[in-house]
Design a protein around this ligand. Structure first.
Ligand SMILES: C[S@@+](CC[C@H](N)C(=O)[O-])C[C@H]1O[C@@H](n2cnc3c(N)ncnc32)[C@H](O)[C@@H]1O
Length: 159
């Protein structure tokens, strides 16, 4: 059987040219924070000593992720976002705030989710994920029964 094309829940990958500083952070900071592109990812091994692991899906410009990371230095926060301008903005927050507990997947969150273990996350944030109000855009929505089932697989009991 032919494999169906992957669901496309996001719009543009890049909307405008990155500013020089953002472009520089993509080159210098992102490689040290980037999650492996393939293979299983064990969140608790990413930051030894972390008390919990949280995931933010579609972090946009990273403001919420950075604020959470700053408020909870004992938690490792995984962020997934395919929009490169958003990733670059998040890197700026990570640098300016001196955060050491953020790891980034600069791609589709569902690809990362599929590589995370059962019950390995304590919290998942999905904030304003779907600006797809029109019926013809319905197929682009991230949140679906299949997405909810996958999120439930990833969360610890009570997460
Ligand atoms: C309406 S924006 C909200 C951004 C941010 N959460 C906020 O509240 O400001 C939706 C975000 O979800 C991201 N997104 C959509 N599909 C995604 C996917 N499959 N994986 C990760 N991020 C996704 C988009 O790139 C976009 O940044």
């Amino acid at each position: 059987m032919e494999t169906p094309p992957p669901l496309r829940s996001f719009g543009r990958i890049r909307s405008r040219t990155l500013k020089p500083r953002q472009a520089s952070l993509m080159e210098t900071l992102l490689p040290s924070l980037r999650l492996p592109a393939e293979g299983p990812v064990d969140p608790m091994r990413l930051a030894p000593g972390a008390r919990e692991a949280w995931l933010e899906i579609g972090f946009g410009g990273g403001e919420h992720m950075a604020a959470q990371a700053a408020a909870h230095p004992d938690i490792v926060i995984l962020g997934a976002e395919p929009f490169l301008n958003g990733v670059a903005s998040a890197l700026r927050h990570v640098e300016e705030m001196g955060l050491r507990n953020v790891r980034i997947h600069d791609g589709d969150a569902r690809d990362l989710m599929a590589r995370l273990p059962d019950a390995g996350l304590d919290r998942i944030f999905v904030l304003f994920p779907d600006p797809w109000q029109k019926a013809r855009h319905h197929k682009r929505r991230l949140v679906s029964p299949a997405f909810a089932a996958e999120a439930a697989r990833l969360l610890r009991p009570g997460g």
